[in-house]
Ligand binder design. Structure first.
Ligand SMILES: C[S@@+](CC[C@H](N)C(=O)[O-])C[C@H]1O[C@@H](n2cnc3c(N)ncnc32)[C@H](O)[C@@H]1O
Length: 260
């Protein structure tokens, strides 16, 4: 393998979701998710045929989004990283947590709402994207809705950097995230992320290379429809990021179609 070409994420676990998982709450604290969670809840409520009661979060990470939804919805969280599930169990002890791969897991029951947000970025081929959407489809009840939220579609991607982080007690983390496409990257991009962490013992640095998928809107819409949903695309409107021009893709399952 070329040194410039990383193994796929399933072959190379990211440190952020492994040995560094207990730093995750300092990278994006749960409080950062308030407005995004509120906008998801509005979309679920608007597009579900009944007041939504249950939610499946695929690729739920630290459970920071669910933290703001669990008062309204009975939440089930799925992630393949044991260290992230452990973080989320601490934050959301009243919620059901299941270890599994969002491309293949089948729980054998359905939910009013299925959420697949930042974890869907890790689908780096059309085949994996189709598997993830099929998982959502297998778990949406008649009258329910699936919501897909990639960071970028091919039409909106811009290379760039982001910085952030936070402190808690004697621990602090700052990160630099650098998004770019390498020569030959077609429907993917790379996010190189450097983490600088300090605690009472001193400071350390670490690096992860996140390989992310990047698909045209039309591919999203086709795949959502192919999975048996009525596909909708809506603008992503929530406080700090409302100017970013992100897309939210919805998969609706109207009861009139389900019963036909
Ligand atoms: C950025 S974190 C999600 C954070 C989450 N939105 C929250 O509210 O805390 C991305 C998560 O996707 C998970 N993930 C990536 N690929 C996955 C897969 N194929 N199956 C299950 N989980 C996956 C990672 O383990 C990681 O925990």
């Amino acid at each position: 393998m070329s040194p410039d070409r990383p193994p796929s994420p399933s072959e190379q676990p990211l440190r952020l979701y492994g040995d560094l998982a207990d730093w995750y709450p300092l990278l994006t604290p749960p409080g950062d998710y308030v407005e995004e969670a509120a906008s998801y809840l509005r979309l679920f409520t608007r597009h579900c045929e009944r007041p939504p009661r249950t939610l499946l979060d695929l690729g739920s990470g630290g459970g920071h989004m669910v933290f703001h939804l669990r008062a309204t919805l009975a939440c089930t969280l799925v992630d393949r990283a044991p260290a992230m599930l452990a973080q989320s169990r601490r934050l959301n002890p009243d919620c059901e947590h299941v270890a599994g791969d969002l491309r293949s897991i089948r729980l054998g029951r359905t939910f009013d709402c299925v959420l697949l947000h930042d974890a869907v970025n890790y689908m780096t081929t059309r085949a994996d994207l189709a598997r993830a959407i099929a998982t959502a489809s297998a778990h949406v009840a008649p009258g329910g809705v699936a919501l897909f939220q990639p960071d970028f579609v091919a039409e909106t991607f811009v290379p760039g950097t982001e910085t952030g982080g936070s402190d808690e007690g004697d621990r602090g983390l700052r990160y630099l995230e650098w998004r770019h496409q390498r020569a030959g990257d077609h429907e993917s991009y790379v996010t190189d992320t450097a983490y600088l962490m300090r605690d009472a013992g001193g400071a350390t640095v670490a690096h992860d290379r996140h390989l992310m998928g990047l698909f045209p809107r039309a591919v999203w819409q086709q795949q959502i429809a192919a999975a048996g949903f009525e596909a909708r695309t809506v603008p992503f409107v929530h406080g700090p990021c409302s100017d970013v021009g992100r897309d939210v893709f919805l998969g609706l399952r109207p009861t009139r179609t389900a019963q036909a």
